[in-house]
Design a binder for this molecule. Sequence first.
Ligand code: CAA
Length: 687
Amino acid sequence: MSSPVRYTLNDKIGVITIDFPPVNALSHAVRQGLHDAIAAAQVDASEAIVIVCDGRTFIAGADITEFGKPPQKPLLPDLLDEIEASAKPVIAAIHGTALGGGLETALAAHYRCALDTARVGLPEVKLGLLPGAGGTQRLPRLAGVTAALDLMTSGTPIPAAKALELGIVDRIVAGDLRHAAIAWACELAGGGKGVRRSSEQVVPDFDPSIFDSYRSALAKRAKGQIAPRHIVSCVQAATERPFAEGLKLERELFLKCLESPQSVAMRHLFFAERQAAKIDGLPKDTPLRAIDSVGVIGGGTMGGGIAMSFANAGIPVTLIEINDDALAHGLSIVEKNYAASVKRGKLSEDAAAECRSLIKGSTDYADLENADLVIEAVFEDPELKKTIFARLDAVCKPGAILATNTSYQDVNVIAAATRRPGDVIGLHFFSPANIMKLLEVVRGDKTADDVLATCMSLAKKIRKVPVMSGVCYGFIGNRMLQPYFREAQLCLIEGATPAQVDTAMEAWGMAMGPIRVADLAGIDVGYKARQALLEEERGDPRASRVADVLAEMGRFGQKTGAGFYRYDKATRRHESDPEVLEIIEREAAAFGIERRDIPDEEIVDRLIYALVNEGMRIVDEGIAQRPGDIDVVYVYGYGFPVARGGPMHFADAIGLDKVYQRVLEFQERFGAEAWAPAPLLVKLASR
Ligand code: CAA
């Protein structure tokens, strides 16, 4: 195989070009090629060296597929030391994204230029890692402690202009990057400007209390994660120790992170997310339908959020409501949301105004006649949805995609209300839709391949993470939530308090405990859904009794100021409510249940294994294409801790045989109706 790195002598300038699609990751062949090229440039007639990349981006980092395999020399830190040690000045020329080991390569170079469209970042923390090739030591020397901590603990890339301001890049160029970098190299060589090593720079002044402030902020923001804490230690070392010793600590802590189950879980998610975007059996070249305008039916919280998602991506939206008042109300919520984004500094006033101008309101379905995609987001009334789809069928142009945002209902039944079921699909957004990343794309029996392919690709355009689900009650995410909530409610009636259940789950890592989630979602929602079911369809009555009582008392949750908890009107803070405890105790007695102390570990195992067991059925039935898809759904849509990799990865990591044994134990104690092990779990556990 020819090397992915070319070295050419361009008059007095040695040009090293990396060409390793898709993202020029620093795999072994690239490292070897760079090592050879730097060595060659030291002994030839070159007077300065440029490192530049072909393709869509500068180096996007270490090759993540190599992690966990035996390391092959040259190792990245050694290679970057070689680059920095070059006797001739080295310029990194950045386009696309310089990420992780990619930015570290640029930091080891002596000078950096970037296209104005480029972005740079150290996203290792998102993989449970820290920058392991000198980044924690070089960046604070160039950009200062605060910027270094921000960049590395958030993992969020910054635009070239910001990088210039922080001293991470030295100049921004427009147009032909290679040409500009070579011209600069000639300038440096001609001006006799030599090397300028980042490792020899002095860290700018800083407030020493910053490290403790970061540690306490991260304990909340990145609960339980080890990589951010280690990043702080490395940056502190950069301010206290000589460069070589700082590097030593960085290496030690990098290896600790690399071997940690957290990083294994987060790397799994990186690939699971990319895999989830692919549909097995769907050819890569499936033609896509153009989506240049969108209609949204329903201007409630969900409809408004969906409209904003498209407007934020520059796609015009027509928002339909039943009358002028409802429309004005819906648009005012959109307005408020944009104002809040401006206030939080997420959007400039101009950008917000531009997005807002892309959302037009209407009360007339005829205004949808030219829409390429229409998404229905009205409340969960099956008859209403069918009526809407029949109307859409009548007004929308041929080839328009008709989508429902239903959380539970049968997409096939909705599709059958039209004469074009092939154009119908489920697009299940999560609330608040302008913020939450997950999008369940529900493939009906008759959904056309190009409709599916278009929606998967469109999801990326509106910055969502798409996961395909087959049709079933609740699709992937909400279907799994049923046994999870069932166990949470059973723990209550058997002896736990709402606070105990939530604290146990939050301590384990869930963003919000299940009881607080129920209060946030609205206890009336589940109540109404249960009322619509036949008695025998409602499941174990003990699992819904307390919620039913609260709903009948008008305690619908946060929105009414009381549900399982009591809420402060101004701050929305929750507090335990003795009245609820009395209700739980009374209802338990009515069922003849003797309440007991339930260990936190049992609460966690029951709730998480209920998810896993249902997840196994979902994979087995082909509702999800693969276990990793379920992990993506739970991490992006349900606040599952990213450092545990999603329920299916978590189960795999602790051992499916162990999970199976615990499920058998629960079956024995709590009955087979809830706890019969999923056939796939039985099969995999026995392997
Ligand atoms: N290593 C290996 N493969 C990578 C990769 C990497 N660092 N980054 C991306 N890829 C692969 C993806 O898996 C994907 O493969 P498939 O097509 O087979 O699914 C392909 O490249 C394209 O990636 P995306 O679909 O994500 O493309 P995009 O254009 O949407 O995004 C990107 C491009 C911004 C570079 C994005 O891929 C990304 O963020 N990559 C990860 C960057 C990163 O985390 N770098 C740090 C690595 S750790 C490190 O460097 C440690 C260290 O200090 C030594």
